[in-house]
Design a protein around this ligand. Structure first.
Ligand SMILES: [Zn+2]
Length: 131
């Protein structure tokens, strides 16, 4: 089986094929993460893990394309996808930081919430300090 089809071009070929398949596995797994979250909540949701798996998977595939496959079609396919992935992770982090902490029980509440979901305390006082 040394015909160069899959693992026939030495140790580097094996290494880069491993990186490429790992990238495929990580990238593909994100669909199950998103699907599971959507089925669980009975509404379309995109968990933060989806963006991490997108970022890591496409980065591994970009490395494979740049250093092994070297085909510009494949390189282009993964060259810019990190931009929306990182942007979504930044927006998620900012939204998380904008959450209001309940003065009564310490529960983290969504930025637009008026009352604490845990104890019912009004959150307007906390909102004024956020601006
Ligand atoms: Zn509370």
């Amino acid at each position: 089986m040394d015909d160069g089809k899959i693992f026939g071009r030495g140790h580097w070929a094996f290494f880069w094929n491993l990186i490429g398949w790992l990238g495929n596995a990580v990238f593909f797994s994100r669909f199950f993460v998103q699907w599971y979250a959507t089925e669980t909540k009975k509404q379309v949701v995109v968990p933060v893990l989806f963006w991490w798996l997108s970022l890591i998977g496409s980065f591994l595939l970009l490395l494979f394309a740049l250093f092994y496959d070297k085909h510009y079609v494949v390189i282009f396919a993964y060259a810019f996808t990190w931009i929306p992935y990182i942007r979504n992770l930044i927006i998620h982090q900012r939204h998380k930081e904008a959450h209001l902490s309940c003065g009564n029980c310490g529960q983290s509440c969504p930025p637009q919430a008026n009352f604490c979901a845990n104890c019912g305390t009004r959150l307007t006082a906390a909102r004024e300090t956020v601006s």
